[in-house]
Design a protein around this ligand. Structure first.
Ligand SMILES: *Cc1c(COP(=O)(O)O)cnc(C)c1O
Length: 395
């Protein structure tokens, strides 16, 4: 007997669960892309995107995923031979560094491993050592989705200011925006990146750069036409917003998602994610009392959007298989935690807790994981779900 019939639940760290109102917003015929609803609606979307990122900065929308945004951010200000500094806390930091290398940048990578946040002091050392100010930008990943590590972005602003270094501060908030607190202007971020399919609850395929005046002033004329942020931030005609045809149905979906965020209010959105994340950690810690399960990120450096877990061996693969096949719950694979061929390659998994989630969805996810630990004979401590319930109850 299997228990998987019923509404499936996707608990991977992106794409996230899409609200019914977001799905319904896309069920419509193709709109006029020259005037009317779509054009009027785009202005409201840009205004609300600025509210979500807490900024007055310009906003450019791209038809691309997060990898495209990495390239878009770099293409506007970095030319071959320029240096960039990348403090890496997981696979996504390495990915952005590789994108920079491929466009010809000289990449200085500071490796923080898989279980520590960025140490601002080491970034300060690298900035001090760069006496000629060759480093054009610091590429920081706020939440590295592979490790679940959250780093302190305002601390990087402080070290740039303290060292008097003029580099731009770029922050990849693709996993964190709409989940963990993000405040672009208060934090002094120059270029902020986010994609549609995580905290913004919209299908993958559009992404956003918010660009400070300082970064806009450093735009290079050699930027390629498609990645150029200038016409997207200040379009002369509607088509310039998107360098061609608008991503019509994504925009209707995004409008519906932003309505949900605006109605709830960002402070409440962040508080909800924080409580649900604490429920996840409470369960994991109870299970870890008598067995191999551990939360990858140390306390104090955990993201409210995603939790990466260690089980060892191939236990995580067995658990994921059971929850998907027997209970309708898809958990995230481990990403970049071990190389293929490593005996622990199948020993990692992730729980995405970003976006359209409430207590019943999180407690359901945790209940199924607890059942899976039992079904797969994975030793674990008692009371994980009860511990999570206490957090949801405010106890
Ligand atoms: C998901 C993610 C990306 C990559 O986004 P894609 O849409 O998969 O290209 C980059 N950075 C972070 C932090 C992410 O979470």
């Amino acid at each position: 007997m299997s228990l998987h019939n019923g509404r499936p639940h996707l608990a991977i760290p992106g794409p996230s669960v899409m609200p019914d109102s977001v799905l319904a917003a896309m069920m419509r015929p193709a709109p006029n892309i020259y005037e009317g609803d779509l054009v009027d609606m785009t202005a409201t979307i840009v205004a609300d995107l600025k509210r979500v990122a807490r900024t007055e900065a310009g906003c450019a929308i791209y038809i691309c995923n997060g990898h495209g945004l990495w390239e878009a951010a770099l293409a506007n200000v970095v030319t071959p031979g320029n240096s960039v500094l990348v403090p890496a806390t997981g696979r996504f930091g390495h990915g952005w560094a590789e994108t920079a290398r491929r466009i010809g940048a000289d990449v200085h990578l500071i490796e923080f491993g898989k279980q520590s946040p960025v140490d601002p002091e080491r970034v300060a050392e690298a900035l001090r050592a760069d006496k000629d100010h060759r480093i054009k930008a610091v590429l920081a990943v706020h939440v590295d989705t592979s490790t679940g590590i959250r780093s302190d972005i305002p601390a990087l602003r402080r070290v740039l200011d303290e060292t008097g270094h003029p580099a731009l501060l770029m922050a990849d908030c693709i996993a964190s925006l709409g989940c963990d607190r993000v405040e672009m202007d208060a934090w002094g971020v120059d270029v902020l990146l986010a994609a549609s399919q995580k905290g913004l609850m919209t299908p993958p395929g559009i992404g956003f750069l918010w660009v400070s005046d300082k970064a806009q002033a450093e735009r290079v004329n050699s930027v390629s036409a498609y990645w150029d942020w200038a016409p997207r931030i200040a379009p002369q005609g509607y088509y310039q917003h998107f360098c061609g045809t608008a991503p019509t149905h994504h925009l209707f979906a995004l409008r519906a998602a932003l309505d949900l965020l605006m109605e709830e209010g960002m402070e409440h959105v962040w508080a909800r994610h924080e409580t649900l994340a604490r429920a996840v950690w409470a369960a994991c810690e109870a299970w870890g009392q008598a067995g191999p399960l551990t939360v990858n990120a140390p306390v104090g450096a955990r993201s409210n959007a995603v939790t990466a877990l260690r089980l060892g061996g191939a236990l995580a693969d067995s658990l994921r298989k059971w929850t998907a096949e027997e209970a309708g719950l898809t958990l995230g694979i481990g990403l970049g935690m071990a190389e293929p061929g490593d005996p622990d390659f199948g020993g990692f998994f992730r729980i995405g807790h970003m976006g359209h989630l409430n207590a019943h969805m999180i407690l359901g996810t945790l209940g199924v994981i607890e059942a899976g630990l039992q079904a797969c004979d994975i030793p674990h401590g008692e009371g994980g779900v009860a511990a999570a319930a206490r957090i949801c109850a405010g106890r």
